[in-house]
Design a binder for this molecule. Sequence first.
Ligand SMILES: Nc1ncnc2c1ncn2[C@@H]1O[C@H](COP(=O)(O)OP(=O)(O)OP(=O)(O)O)[C@@H](O)[C@H]1O
Ligand SMILES: [Mg+2]
Length: 226
Amino acid sequence: MKNSDIALSVSGLEVVLEGAQVLRNVTFKVPAGKTIGLAGHNGAGKTTTLRALMGVAQSRGEILLDGESIERLATAERARRGIGYAPEDRRLITALNVVENLRLPAEIRALSATEIERRLAAVRELLPELKALERRPAGLLSGGQQKMAALGRALMVGDRLLLLDEPFQGLAPVLARRYAEALHALRLQRPELAILITESNPALLAPLAAQVYTIERGEIVSPAQM
Ligand SMILES: Nc1ncnc2c1ncn2[C@@H]1O[C@H](COP(=O)(O)OP(=O)(O)OP(=O)(O)O)[C@@H](O)[C@H]1O
Ligand SMILES: [Mg+2]
């Protein structure tokens, strides 16, 4: 595989939180156009990995986006480079309605009004259930609806790489199926997009991911590291 086919390359990622080493030598790649899973039990380091990739958690090690080093960039600049992040706890602004939440990261990126509308249309196509909720304050949505809204918001800026932290957790089966369908539709809508999904239950990742890495106690244990 050519290097240009790798959207995200992470090597030797280390995170220390309050004196405890939470990530150790985390190394993996997410090719362009592929969905890659990161599976691990509670406390394994999945969220910390995504937070380090977004620059929300301080880390050491190398993070390359399309071959360019981003590990020294601020979170907002990483978003500007096309990384969309849907955190585990969603982090919607509860007082803003859904469409305002969707627009916000794109406005922070100073995208033009036309471009924001174009992106909103693409999100509505993938997640038609959001249409009826657009004017509702995000704080009044159910947990599952918030997951959908957080996916939509990540898609508004994530043109290159999408980081989804346990999107299926707590979703009722019908909604989990809808979410998986939306991810399949997304593959067709954006063939070059790279997606990294974390999940504690690897069986949920198998139908979606081209490859699944397993993290245990802050280390990637499979596939075996060199
Ligand atoms: N701010 C912090 N200070 C100290 N330790 C932390 C902090 N945040 C997380 N940790 C520890 O880091 C480890 C990894 O946590 P992390 O949230 O990344 O796990 P996770 O795989 O996302 O788990 P879950 O499936 O429960 O979401 C855990 O042992 C956790 O207690
Ligand atoms: Mg987590």
